[in-house]
Design a protein around this ligand. Structure first.
Ligand code: GLA
Length: 393
């Protein structure tokens, strides 16, 4: 593959070596339905993509790490030592892999040397396709191979999430790291975030495709807003439990019991956040039934309802995402369209009939630009395999 040869060359030049190297890959992910419920014990339906992050690596004989990213060339090589794995603002993107190394060490995995590593990602950063979880799970897979660690993929997924929660400070759920680690070509994953039970569903559609559209609005303050949403859900859960409702997470409730008990949630805001969580979980179950019955139209309509709930109840969409989704809804051949990921900017995901894709890209792009002044970027979302070693070079 040309991209690998190019990256290996770049590694050798950047780190001034001719030694052999190992190459790894971790995908990005797109979530089809089940948004903002992974941390509420809900079910989600994401898939890994066939684009993501590459790493070219060579183990060192000392305890130094040197990291370079082709995406942030101007930041140069970030260097740190095994004995100094602390978060540094100036280390910027390198805090993600650093956090994973620290989390592995804290979990007593034996990492006794450093390495040189070059990263390159073709997932747009901050676009809601999980570029950060991709580099985290990628680092975990690198550690496993380089240090012969006895660790399963699910364990690596959990440690990557822990790094994001504790080292980076974003209180994310498990969905991103899980889909990136466990992805399977041509399949989406139905994941129960309460138990981590999962199953694969074939997701190659006969005459339609997954189209991802980037608003090209960076998430900005998204991370702090994300943590705020999560706190509102925790507040709702604790009000319910304090009033004797026997649940361990919001998604333990169905729509009927939510209606019965919602008055226990004191703040109106927490109540509508919880309403999103409960109804979104129901939409995922309905979406799975529709897929089984081959009823893609209903699947699409549930995607649309998911967007409306994220817009009106969870309030994580915003002008750009709403404009892009609205333009998609008005277009012929669109089965369903919604925001995907954390929101506050980033991407939408749409199911579009294959013979309408060209018009979709043209018309939705034009309408979106007219409304917002921004150019959207479009990608075909082919479900791909999870994080893995690609080989020795
Ligand atoms: C981000 C988080 C995930 C999930 C989504 C919203 O991508 O990392 O854990 O909560 O937002 O569904």
């Amino acid at each position: 593959m040309k991209i690998i040869d190019t990256l290996v060359e770049r590694f050798k030049k950047e780190f001034d070596t001719n030694d052999s190297v190992e190459v790894f890959f971790a995908p990005g992910r797109v979530n089809l339905i089940g948004e903002h419920i992974d941390y509420n014990g809900g079910k989600v339906f994401p898939c890994a993509l066939d684009f993501g992050t590459y790493a070219v690596v060579k183990k060192r004989k000392d305890k130094t790490f040197r990291m370079f990213s082709e995406n942030f060339k101007s930041l140069g090589i970030v260097e740190f030592s095994l004995s100094d794995l602390c978060y540094k603002l100036s280390d910027d993107w390198a805090n993600y892999p650093k956090g994973v190394i620290k989390t592995f060490l804290d979990s007593n995995f034996n990492i006794d040397f450093g390495f040189d590593i070059l990263f390159f990602g073709n997932i747009p950063n901050g676009a809601g396709l999980s570029s950060s979880a991709s580099i985290e799970v990628l680092t975990a897979v690198v550690l496993k191979h380089l240090f012969n660690l006895d660790i399963s993929m699910v364990e690596m997924v959990k440690l990557s999430q822990k790094a994001e929660n504790e080292f980076i400070g974003v209180n994310c759920g498990i969905m991103d790291q899980f889909s990136i680690g466990m992805g399977k070509k041509n399949h989406a994953i139905l994941l129960d975030c309460n138990t981590l039970d999962y199953s694969y569903a074939p997701f190659i559609l006969k005459d339609s495709s997954i189209i991802i559209a980037n608003t090209n609005k960076r998430r900005g303050l998204g991370d702090s807003k994300y943590n705020e949403r999560r706190s509102s859900c925790e507040e709702a859960l604790s009000d319910l439990r304090n009033n004797g409702v026997k649940i361990t997470s919001l998604c333990d409730m169905d729509n009927t019991s939510f209606e019965k008990y919602k008055h226990f949630i004191k703040s109106e805001e927490a109540q509508i956040r919880a309403q999103h969580a409960v109804t979104e979980n129901y939409r995922v179950s309905e979406a799975m039934k529709s897929l089984k019955n081959g009823d893609l139209e209903n699947f699409g309509s549930l995607m649309n309802q998911s967007h409306i709930s994220l817009r009106d109840n969870y309030e994580v969409t915003g002008w750009e995402l709403d404009s892009l989704v609205q333009a998609a809804w008005e277009e012929d051949g669109v089965i369903g369209s919604r925001m995907t990921g954390a929101g506050f900017g980033g991407c939408t995901v749409s199911l579009v009939k294959n013979n309408c894709i060209d018009n979709f890209v043209q018309n939705v792009g034009d309408k979106y630009k007219e409304k917002t002044g921004l150019e959207a970027t479009f990608y075909i979302g082919n479900p791909g395999d999870g994080a893995r070693k690609l080989g020795d070079f």
